[in-house]
Ligand binder design. Structure first.
Ligand SMILES: [Zn+2]
Ligand SMILES: [Zn+2]
Ligand SMILES: [Zn+2]
Length: 246
C-alpha cells in the first residue's frame, strides 16, 4: 500500500494526492468564496492539521481546527474517525511532553504526565510535528503536522475535514484479482491477509485447512488501524469522504 492515495476537496470536489491537496486548498476558488462570506466580528485562528498514519502513509486527513480546541477534543475526533475499538489509552507527544488521555499522577514514577485539557493555541505552533499513539499494546501511531494557520470568524468549536484519502483499493491476497473485503489480522505472517468474498466462499466449501478462519476476519476499512484489535471501522464517519460539491 505504498501507493499515493487521493482524496476530494471538501469545497469543490476535485481530487488530489495529499501534497497536491495542500497546495490546492490554498488556491481553491470555492473555498475562497466560502471564506469571504465570513463576518469576522469575533475572530479566532484556525490551524490546518495534516494527520497521517506514521507507517501507513496511504491514510491521511486534512482538518481545520480552531485554536481553542482542546487536545481532548482532537483525541475524540481521531478516535471517532480512525481508531476507537475498545477504549484504550492514548497520548499526544508535543515537544517532548506527553499529554495522556488518562494521566499517571503518581509521582513515584517521576514527573506526573499531563492530561489533555490543553487548548491547541497553548501547546502548538505552525510547523510543529506531533506524534499520537492509540493503545499502548497494539499501538496505532499517527503523525500530526501543523501545516498552517488562518484567521477567521469565531464559530462553535468543531473539527472540519477539508479532505481525506479515498479508501485504497486492496487486492485479495489469494486470487490477486478481486478487491478484498476482509482482512485476517493473523494472515500477515502467512502472506494472505486480504480476502475477497469469492475466495472466502471457495475456501469455506473445501476442508477448512490453513488459509483463513472466518471468526478472525474483520472488514477492510479506511483507517490505519484496520484489522488491529478487531477494529472494524468508524460508526460515525463513512469510509468515503463526501465533499460539499462534486
Ligand atoms: Zn477545492
Ligand atoms: Zn481494542
Ligand atoms: Zn480472491
Amino acid at each position: 500500500m505504498g501507493t499515493q492515495t487521493k482524496g476530494f476537496c471538501k469545497y469543490c470536489g476535485k481530487e488530489y494526492t495529499r501534497s497536491g491537496m495542500l497546495r490546492h486548498l490554498e488556491a481553491c476558488k470555492e473555498r475562497k468564496s466560502k471564506l469571504a462570506m465570513e463576518t469576522y466580528k469575533r475572530k479566532c485562528r484556525y490551524f490546518q492539521i495534516v494527520i497521517s498514519g506514521k507507517y501507513a502513509k496511504a491514510y491521511w486527513l486534512i482538518v481545520e481546527v480552531s485554536e481553542n480546541t482542546t487536545l481532548k477534543e482532537l483525541d475524540q475526533f481521531i478516535r471517532d474517525i480512525w481508531v476507537e475499538c475498545c477504549g484504550h489509552l492514548s497520548a499526544f507527544t508535543i515537544h517532548g511532553t506527553q499529554y495522556e488521555s488518562c494521566p499517571v499522577t503518581d509521582r513515584f514514577w517521576g514527573e506526573p504526565s499531563k492530561n489533555m485539557n490543553y487548548r491547541l493555541k497553548d501547546v502548538v505552533n505552525v510547523g510543529d510535528s506531533i506524534s499520537y499513539e492509540y493503545d499502548f499494546g497494539s499501538t496505532t501511531e499517527l503523525m500530526l503536522s501543523i501545516h498552517s494557520c488562518r484567521e477567521g470568524e469565531k464559530k462553535k468549536r468543531e473539527i472540519i475535514i477539508l479532505s481525506r484519502n479515498n479508501p485504497p483499493k486492496i487486492l485479495c491476497s489469494n486470487c490477486e484479482q478481486n478487491e478484498a473485503k476482509w482482512v485476517n489480522p493473523e494472515g500477515y505472517c502467512e502472506g494472505v491477509p486480504f480476502w475477497c468474498d469469492k475466495c472466502l466462499g471457495a475456501e469455506n466449501e473445501g476442508e477448512e485447512e490453513e488459509g483463513c478462519e472466518r471468526q478472525f476476519l474483520v472488514p477492510i476499512c479506511n483507517s490505519p488501524r484496520m484489522g488491529v484489535c478487531g477494529y472494524a471501522g468508524s460508526d460515525r464517519y463513512p469510509d468515503l469522504f463526501e465533499p460539499d460539491k462534486r
